[in-house]
Design a protein around this ligand. Structure first.
Ligand SMILES: O=C(O)CCC(=O)C(=O)O
Ligand SMILES: [Fe+2]
Length: 326
């Protein structure tokens, strides 16, 4: 059944009548319409068509959850753990308590089961640091065998699968979206509302392994390469960035495909992807300039599909609500 109050609110908002749209949703929400509160929360999080207001978003989300919005409950758990995407204090234990209350939902139950397999401190940080082997001293490249378990890999890939879109860039001449000339894979970023507790725990693991704060990491990005797709030679640094990318973490989510090696041509180094393995490498030299020796590529996949999770880590905390994936 079409939800007329939400349709009407969307239509009002699209005509610039945001105040009336909000009033309509609040009235519908107060009358027990969980989806109306959810719509308000999403608008407030997205910053469109209303200005972004994370406090108002969380209030609307709470109302939606109180009257039984299942997806809202999962979103509330994510935002509790990451502190609205790192803008407020992250609260792991409240997030886990909310997850425990959502156990009727099989999605929540599966996440709980995966968390139970991890050895985590009270704040979600790993109790043990993963062990790595240094592949290169300058730039520093460290290989972590079995950084993720097979079940963790499957979880990351399934969250990412819903977000995959072909890599595209805006053509500056025509302002149209065109295929990305350097990276031909499909990709998607797991933003703050989708950073479930398993993804959050993995982002905390990545922070620990890379010696950085979790707030420095761009949203975990999932890449999927089909035969013929590749990531041509590039540096991960961004020209002119104020808050530069200092380190990259690549996690192979599967194996058994053809091609797809990660190559560092100037170092004569080729990494054979193995599901669950990760590599962490530095992208800057000590004076803060890009380290051109870190030039690397994802070789073309020749058969099957290569799944990868990438976390580009900045020099200082970033705002995941405004960042563009790379
Ligand atoms: O696909 C690969 O092996 C390399 C990926 C990569 O360079 C990146 O995600 O920045
Ligand atoms: Fe890269």
């Amino acid at each position: 059944m079409a939800d007329t109050s939400i349709e009407q609110a969307r239509s009002l908002a699209s005509r610039g009548q945001a105040v009336s749209a909000v009033a309509l949703l609040e009235a519908a929400g107060s009358a027990g319409n969980a989806q109306a509160w959810m719509q308000l929360a999403v608008w407030r999080l997205a910053g469109a068509p209303l200005p972004r207001d994370l406090v108002a978003a969380r209030t609307a989300l709470r109302r939606a959850v109180e009257i039984g919005h299942v997806d809202g409950a999962l979103m509330e758990i994510a935002l509790s753990a990451n502190g609205n995407g790192n803008t407020d204090a992250p609260d792991w234990s409240s997030a886990v308590a909310l997850l425990d209350r959502a156990m009727g939902d099989p999605v929540a139950a599966a996440q709980r089961a995966l968390l139970d397999e991890m050895a985590l401190a009270a704040d979600g940080v790993p109790l043990l640091l993963p062990k790595g082997e240094v592949l290169s001293a300058a730039p520093r490249i460290v290989h972590y065998p079995a950084f993720l378990t097979p079940r963790e890999c499957a979880h990351v890939a399934s969250v990412g699968a819903e977000l995959l879109e072909p890599a595209q860039v805006i053509d500056p001449r025509t302002s149209r979206l065109v295929p990305h000339p350097i990276r031909t894979s499909d990709g998607g970023a797991i933003g703050p509302t989708r950073e479930d507790l398993v993804i959050r725990a993995l982002n905390l693991r990545i922070a620990a392994a890379s010696g950085t704060r979790v707030e420095q990491g761009e949203p975990l990005t999932i890449l999927r390469y089909s035969p013929g797709q590749e990531y041509r030679r590039h540096l991960d640094t961004i020209a002119g960035a104020q808050n530069q990318r200092i380190r990259t973490v690549l996690i192979y989510l599967n194996q058994g495909f053809g091609g797809g090696e990660t190559q560092f041509p100037l170092l004569g180094l080729t990494i054979q992807p193995r599901g669950g393995d990760a590599i962490v490498f530095d992208t800057l030299v000590s004076d803060g300039a890009p380290d051109t020796r870190s030039l690397h590529a994802g070789a073309p996949v020749t058969a099957g599909a290569k799944w990868l999770a990438t976390r580009w880590i900045r020099a200082a905390p970033i705002d995941p609500w405004t960042i563009r994936g790379a």
